[in-house]
Design a protein around this ligand. Structure first.
Ligand code: FES
Length: 139
C-alpha cells in the first residue's frame, strides 16, 4: 500500500512501491497529462512536481524511500559505490545534460553547485534513506 497526496487529493493505492511514479499517475489515477517520452529521465516529458521539486516520473519509484534505495543499489546503478555515485551525479556529461536540455525542455531546477553540495553532505552523513512510510510524496 502506498499513500500520497496528488493535486491536493489523498490517495491510497495497492501498488508495488518500486512502480515508476509515471505509471501510477497514468494507469492508476488516470492523470494522462503526464507524458511518456523516452523513459530514461532525459527528455522531461514526464516531469512532475514532487514536494516542490521537478522529478522525472518515468524513473522515480512511487516511494521516495524506494528512490533512495534504487540509486544506492549497485545492481541498479551500474555497480557504483557511494563515492562513484556522487561523482557520477555531479560530473557525468549525460547527467549534466539535464542542466541544459535544449529548447522546450525544462532544466533541472536546482543550481548545480547547490545540488552537488547537498549530495556530498548526504554522502558524508552516511547516505541514509528515509523510512518507507509511503507518506512523503506530495504532488
Ligand atoms: S519520459 Fe522522458 S524524462 Fe521521463
Amino acid at each position: 500500500m502506498v499513500s500520497f497526496t496528488v493535486n491536493k487529493r489523498r490517495v491510497n493505492l495497492d501498488v508495488d512501491p518500486s512502480t515508476p511514479l509515471l505509471w501510477v499517475l497514468r494507469e492508476n489515477l488516470g492523470l494522462t497529462g503526464t507524458k511518456y517520452g523516452f523513459g530514461m529521465a532525459q527528455c522531461g516529458a514526464c516531469t512532475v512536481h514532487l514536494n516542490g521539486e521537478a522529478v522525472r516520473s518515468c524513473v522515480a519509484p512511487v516511494s521516495r524511500a524506494q528512490i533512495c534505495r534504487s540509486i544506492k543499489d549497485p545492481k541498479q546503478n551500474k555497480n557504483r559505490n557511494l563515492d562513484q555515485l556522487v561523482e557520477h551525479l555531479t560530473e557525468d556529461k549525460l547527467v549534466m545534460w539535464g542542466r541544459n536540455p535544449g529548447e522546450g525542455r525544462t532544466p533541472i531546477p536546482m543550481p548545480h553547485d547547490e545540488f552537488a553540495a547537498k549530495l556530498k553532505q548526504w554522502h558524508a552523513a552516511g547516505a541514509s534513506c528515509p523510512a518507507d512510510t509511503g507518506k512523503q510524496a506530495k504532488l
